[in-house]
Write a protein that binds this ligand. Structure first.
Ligand SMILES: Cc1cc2nc3c(=O)[nH]c(=O)nc-3n(C[C@H](O)[C@H](O)[C@H](O)COP(=O)(O)OP(=O)(O)OC[C@H]3O[C@@H](n4cnc5c(N)ncnc54)[C@H](O)[C@@H]3O)c2cc1C
Length: 358
């Protein structure tokens, strides 16, 4: 329930429905500056959230509902901008991912202590310990700088708690035409896009050691699947190839030249020797990295072998006062609803931290 003190979803985000290519809306600061609380005003916030995807918006929404003064800084580069439809989020199956973000922003911005600003965070500096009045248990006070995006202002802001929700960057297999088909004929998220590929002749293209496992998942929706390893030595062992063959899944190891298509979409995978293998769609296995140019000053930030930010069950990283949620935490890329759920769980932990010891 939303009471008058919490503000409720009254304010609207200007520009919703006028999404710019690759972005959410033309507005750079939704809802105006956050109201002052408990001595935090101007550029001093209780929590700064870096990234305005489902994880960050969920962190923000749940914390402003605890009446915390929250700034979300977002560079407006959603990873899923390659696609027009997203699946698997209950009550929103089939929604445009940009619309989902715009709705999330509108809900967040409806609270008086919320502030959304478009900006690319460039540095996060842990500083002097916060004073006891902030009840942060001695966590460092972070200073965050951001560069304006689409004409928004550069900012330098502070908070005793920072939550990283800036997602992943992905690199697709190096095929000249792959971008033309990514998000339509070819996808990377199996849980998100399998159903729409049902009963089609599909390709699974990748070079990593998990390819056989992914092929097994794709085989849930088609009996006609070929795994293309592009001559990569680590993709699909002989034992895995035999196991896949027993399930009717073929492995093609020859190098790939490019993809082929016409007005109807993807028509095939062209190998380096000129052979064209007819396929109408499928999945690629990108490589994912956590963007980290702005994390350089966070010494002691623990990562796993794949570079994801290690967090405890509540989203706390190895740096006091620094939390993380969403795709940039292990095991890496998942789904909108998983990122949003992790954000909500992390928000609860942050809210408790800000109260200090009993
Ligand atoms: C093509 C594609 C299709 C997908 N389809 C689906 C689907 O149908 N269903 C589904 O459930 N999932 C889908 N996903 C997965 C889903 O998009 C992710 O799991 C989800 O977006 C992760 O949320 P997140 O909040 O962790 O990160 P993101 O959504 O990636 O958000 C991160 C945000 O942080 C911002 N950012 C990055 N660096 C900075 C910085 N330095 N400063 C400020 N801001 C920064 C980015 O601009 C971005 O807005 C898809 C993914 C892709 C790539």
């Amino acid at each position: 329930m939303t009471g008058a003190a919490a503000g409720g979803p009254g304010a609207t985000v200007s520009g919703i429905g006028a999404a710019a290519p690759g972005g959410v809306s033309a507005s750079s600061t939704a809802g105006g500056p956050a109201e002052a609380v408990r001595g935090y005003d101007g550029d001093a916030y209780e929590v700064i959230v870096i990234g305005g995807g489902p994880a960050g918006l969920s962190v923000g929404l749940n914390l402003v509902r605890a009446r915390r003064r929250v700034l979300i800084l977002d560079s407006n580069r959603p990873r899923h901008s390659a696609t027009l439809i997203s699946h698997g989020f209950i009550t929103r199956d089939g929604v445009s991912p940009l619309e989902l973000r715009a709705l999330g922003r509108e809900e967040f911005a409806g609270y008086p202590t919320a502030e959304f600003h478009q900006g690319l965070v460039t540095t996060i500096t842990p500083g002097a310990a916060a004073d006891s009045a902030t009840a942060t248990g001695g966590a460092p006070l972070f200073t965050v700088t951001s560069r304006g995006v689409r004409g928004s202002a550069d900012r330098t802001v502070t908070a005793p708690v920072v939550v990283l929700t800036h997602g992943l960057a992905e690199t697709l297999p190096a095929l000249p035409s792959i971008r033309a088909y990514y998000g339509t004929a070819l996808h990377s998220c199996l849980a998100c896009d399998l159903f729409e590929k049902s009963d089609q002749p599909l390709a699974l293209i990748g070079e990593s050691a998990d390819l056989a496992e992914r092929a097994l998942l794709v085989s849930q929706v088609t009996d006609d699947l070929i795994v293309f390893t592009n001559d990569a030595p680590d993709a699909v062992t002989a034992a895995e190839e035999a196991a896949l063959a027993a399930r009717g899944i073929a492995v093609e190891r020859r190098p790939i030249d490019d993809l082929e298509g016409d007005r109807s979409g993807l028509t095939g995978v062209r190998l380096a020797d000129g052979t064209v293998v007819p396929r109408t769609g499928g999945f690629v296995r990108p490589t994912w990295t956590v963007p980290d140019a702005h994390l350089a000053e966070l010494t002691g930030l623990e990562r796993d072998a794949d570079g994801h930010l290690v967090v405890d069950a509540l989203g706390a990283t190895s740096v006091p006062g620094l939390y993380a949620a969403g795709d940039l935490t292990p095991p890496g890329p998942q789904q909108l609803i998983v990122a949003a759920g992790a954000g909500a769980r992390t928000a609860a932990a942050v809210a408790r931290r800000l109260l200090g010891p009993l």
